[in-house]
Design a protein around this ligand. Structure first.
Ligand code: IPD
Ligand code: CA
Ligand code: CA
Length: 271
């Protein structure tokens, strides 16, 4: 598969950041057993990977704006903006679980035009360009075709201690768990979306996400023929941080379940 010049730039940057993460990941085992633990080391690994991405992208495409998880927003007035999560799946990384990824997307006038999600541990490179399809390494991706919800494996995120809305997450899981073949919480939003694009998960939903968690993955699912949106058709994903993905049928069926009215006691958590 011949890659566009833009995709070459993005893949080069993401794989370079991935190599930096791999080196640090391999060091981590020694730190797991130390009393201090690997926390600070992982923060440094994260920052290093973000700097690698930023330097590589700035060099190849000078002047573009940035939205980065660690470095925040740099608005250079350009029509183009990189959206970067240097390490999605930090908790997995911290615990030496090799399920994490570099996530990198490009917007042009607010529209997603390209995305790369790279898991350096498995060397799986997911790429998508608007109108040109989604790929895993050189293989074209399609979302899974299943339409019977009870045969579907669905990914999600379980909000951890520093998150809010635990009650709402449990309410949604309770409504879905009795309808599907399985629910998986993997710890990487970017890879969950890439896996939906690859047909490895039939669907995915999660709340409290940020643009850098999902930007590349949104384009990937759409370019693989899938649907992604806020479960509430009137709301926008970037505003609420809620995401629902799947093929058209599964997306529709899950949306109906996720839009069930919240019990009175949970209404306050919504705000
Ligand atoms: C997190 C992961 C995780 C999701 C969290 C995100 P991070 O990103 O995507 O799957 O459940 O909401 O914050 O912190 O590892 O970059
Ligand atoms: Ca993230
Ligand atoms: Ca991150």
């Amino acid at each position: 598969m011949a890659r566009s010049a833009l995709m070459n730039v993005m893949v080069t940057a993401a794989t370079k950041a991935g190599r930096s993460l791999t080196r640090d990941f391999n060091e981590l085992e020694n730190l797991q057993v130390s009393l201090k633990g690997p926390g600070d080391f992982v923060s440094q690994a994260d920052l290093k990977a973000e700097k690698t991405l930023r330097d590589a992208l700035n060099k190849a495409r000078p002047g573009y704006s940035f939205l980065m998880e660690e470095g925040g927003e740099i608005d250079s007035g350009s029509d183009y903006r990189w959206i970067i999560d240097p390490l999605d799946g930090t908790t997995n990384f911290l615990h030496s679980n090799p399920f994490f990824a570099v996530s990198l997307a490009l917007e042009h006038n607010g529209q997603l035009v390209a995305g790369v999600i790279y898991n350096p541990a498995s060397e799986e490179l997911f790429t998508a360009e608007k109108g040109r399809g989604a790929f895993l390494n050189d293989r074209r991706l399609r979302v899974a075709a299943r339409t019977a919800l009870d045969e579907c494996v669905i990914a999600s995120g379980i909000p951890a201690l520093n998150r809010r809305k635990h009650g709402i997450a449990l309410f949604e899981q309770r409504n879905l768990m009795s309808r599907v073949a399985g629910i998986r919480a993997t710890g990487s939003a970017a890879l969950n979306l890439a896996y939906v694009a690859a047909g490895r998960f039939d669907g995915y939903w999660e709340s409290d996400l940020h643009p850098w968690d999902i930007a590349a993955g949104l384009l990937m699912v759409r370019e693989a023929g899938g649907f992604v949106s806020e479960p509430d058709p009137k709301a926008s994903m970037y505003d609420t941080g809620r995401v629902l993905a799947g093929n058209e049928s599964i997306h529709g069926q899950m949306r109906e379940i996720l839009n069930r009215p919240l019990p009175e006691a949970l209404q306050a958590q919504k705000a």
